[in-house]
Design a protein around this ligand. Sequence first.
Ligand code: B12
Ligand code: SF4
Length: 470
Amino acid sequence: MKILFLFPKIGSDAQWVVGLAFMSAILKEAGHEVELLEISTEEDKNKISPFIKSFQPQIIGLSTNFHQYAHCVQIAREIKKEFDIPLFIGGVHVTFRPDEVIQEKSFDGLCIGEGEYPFLELVKRMANNQEYTDIPNFWFRRGEKIIKNDLGPLVEDLDELPFPDRSIFKHFRGAGKGEIIPRFIFSRGCPFDCTYCSNHVLKRIYAGHGRYIRSRSVAKAMAEIELVKKQYNFKYFKMDDDTFSLHKPWLLEFCEKYAQKFDMGFECNVRVGTIDEECLVALKKAGCQLIKVGLEAGNEKLRKEILGRNISNEEIIKLFALADKVGLQKLTFNMIGIPGETKKTIRETINLNAKIKADFMLATVFYPYPETLLGEKCAREGLIIGDRVNPFRPDSLLHAEESALKLPGLTARDIKEAVKYFKFNVYRQYDLKKALTQLMQDKKADLKKFIIAKPIFHKTARIIYRFLKK
Ligand code: B12
Ligand code: SF4
């Protein structure tokens, strides 16, 4: 069978979507033909029809998160106007809100949760002209009738799955000269219950359907890195596992084997409370250059009570001191504009980053995803501005840069400025030179945004640019 995956990523620079890469691999292994089309801009939507005409898929699959859903609906409607091809949708937003998604008549069906085996089964049955409406995880639309099947088991052993197929993504096409930084993910699930994250929702949905937290064996992880290295010859990579440090014996084995086999730098996510000095030393020896740690809020009460992260400032400070001792660089994740946030708590987040001397920082505006505990609390308490949290808005990802919440004592401008000058405000507490460089960068980015937003300046900017280049 010929399967076309559509990956809308408007406003995002994601290089791949892990789920589609796994599904492509398992489908190809079974002898099917898979193509993927990335839709990165509004204009890219015009490429879909010619692509379908030339590839002639027998099945189309769309993958969506919350932010891309409106684009998926629009794409599916356009496809259905022109082609009579079965069209299915999956992804985290579908898993969270199947009742809403199934209302859209241009989808012939949807997949809740992990799709590798259910989708393979669907393709197999369609290829053999067999009835398929009883496949677990899938809901189907038959005219006005909706058929809802129960959720099947989670993939028990991740080693069973083939290596994710990166070749279908634009990012990897033509790559091979060491200029790409691929991402890897060896596990699924996280045991913690941070109120803003998808994990507690997925855990609830999957309850009774198998082990939620799973990991590939170290041997398989090594084999994947080796294969991808052979294919793309990169020098550095990123590990996207939610918490790479979750299982100490796994981490230590990984570091030992990795050090024996490879000489490449990498970075990974670790969580305060799940990592000790022995692990940090092992990571360093293996070639890890950067650990990425979620601080999210500098105020302990907000972190613990609102975000559900039972981590103290003391533990954070201790971990960062250890990382310094071992010689690992540190990046922090920070959220601004969470419920209960004030100018004072923003300052506390800045001050904590300064205290631990974070090497890199990512500050983003908090976004209240529906179905998460915190997202639902925001909705219940009437904190959401207008329809800012609405999957039917095609600009919802762009909108995620502005706060979706009205917070007493904080204006939208306060939040924007706090995010924009976050790094400057941290660096200026301990490194004036770094702070000034950062400020220049922020101002340059401002100017660029201003010029891009006003076409009247485009010509002048080009003339100045050419002049400066000369
Ligand atoms: C790795 C990761 C990334 C990576 C890779 C992108 C990706 N989506 O794979 C990077 C760093 C690029 C990334 C970026 C972003 N991410 Co992200 N990411 C994750 C993370 C940690 C793991 C995803 C994963 O590997 N899942 C495992 C795979 C197997 O599952 P899957 O991809 O969902 O696919 C399975 C099923 O959904 C289904 N399926 C999926 N598509 C289809 C299609 C069909 C036809 C079928 C039948 C089935 C099917 O089958 C797949 C295989 O089992 C999750 C958190 C989590 N624990 O889930 C967040 C998460 C998905 N990300 C999130 C967000 C918000 C983003 C960004 C928007 C951040 C930003 N502001 O830029 C961008 C968006 C990029 C994009 N367009 O995808 C949110 C989404 C929230 C929501 N409700 O939509 C999550 C849930 C984190 C959170 N906040 O809780 N992300
Ligand atoms: S530790 Fe990270 S991945 Fe795990 S639940 Fe919390 S935010 Fe989500």
